[in-house]
Design a protein around this ligand. Sequence first.
Ligand SMILES: Cc1cc2nc3c(=O)[nH]c(=O)nc-3n(C[C@H](O)[C@H](O)[C@H](O)COP(=O)(O)OP(=O)(O)OC[C@H]3O[C@@H](n4cnc5c(N)ncnc54)[C@H](O)[C@@H]3O)c2cc1C
Length: 282
Amino acid sequence: ALKERGLKVTVVEMLPQILPAMLDLDMANIVKEILEQKGLSILTEKRVEEILGEDKATGVIAGEEQLNADILLSAFGVRANTKLASEANIELGETRAIKTNARMETNIKDIFAAGDCAEVPNLITHKPSCSQLGTIAVRQGKVAGTNAGGGYSLFQGVLGSAVTKLFDTEVGSTGLTVNAAKKARIETVTGTINSKTRADYYPGAKPIKIKLVVEKESHHLIGAQIIGGEEVTQRINAISFAIQKHMTISELAKADTAYAPPLSETWEPIILAAEIVLRKLQ
Ligand SMILES: Cc1cc2nc3c(=O)[nH]c(=O)nc-3n(C[C@H](O)[C@H](O)[C@H](O)COP(=O)(O)OP(=O)(O)OC[C@H]3O[C@@H](n4cnc5c(N)ncnc54)[C@H](O)[C@@H]3O)c2cc1C
């Protein structure tokens, strides 16, 4: 948004990649290149060490380099504000967010927590996580509200499905990245495909790249990352359904999909990516 308003923009990131919660390094580097082509300067592996200026920020020191700026936008992540909960003796979990059961009830009877302040189990690792997404907050709110009102409802967990749009490029992910799987000690096999969003010859066909992450032992689909021009949200949603239904990669490769030149490629790219994983597993 700042670039589109004509500002010179520099992004400073201390990790080796941007979008670490959504993408693996290989996919993140593609997004980085797209952003650089649009004129953004992206500095990775540089930690903001100091904010300069007295009455107003005039720049930062990052990786021993001074970057002068008229505007400093701080986006260092989100942490649950649990002060009120702690003061009320409500138990926090290992993520430092509020611990709840599947009814979204805290350790204190009839006190419920939902949204960014509450931790939730990851559907694949079953470990507590902080998804901090609006979609999850609303679903948790419905569950907490139903239970607080005397009904019965359970919140099963999250895959962390998320989408974003950077200039005209859509980016989405669901489930675990290879990196997140490694941290959970899950061995993976991946399949990555470059395809088009419509028939190759059809005007307006946009490039799309899909990476599927599969658990090596069970062959279950556990994650996906997509970079493309259109329909990323619906593809991420479809893959999310497949993960939630514990689909194996061979079941996904045989899935029934639709085709018409102005709307899709003959072979849905998700299916082609699944076939690549299958070949690696054979
Ligand atoms: C810039 C940005 C973009 C986002 N984009 C997306 C997106 O595209 N998709 C998506 O799924 N998620 C997105 N999110 C995340 C999403 O907005 C949050 O996950 C969601 O709003 C969390 O809902 P919540 O009710 O837990 O908290 P909030 O929406 O933060 O609501 C909490 C409310 O409680 C109030 N409050 C705090 N303390 C007290 C108090 N002591 N007494 C009374 N009231 C209090 C606050 O003022 C606030 O209004 C985005 C977040 C940001 C910051």
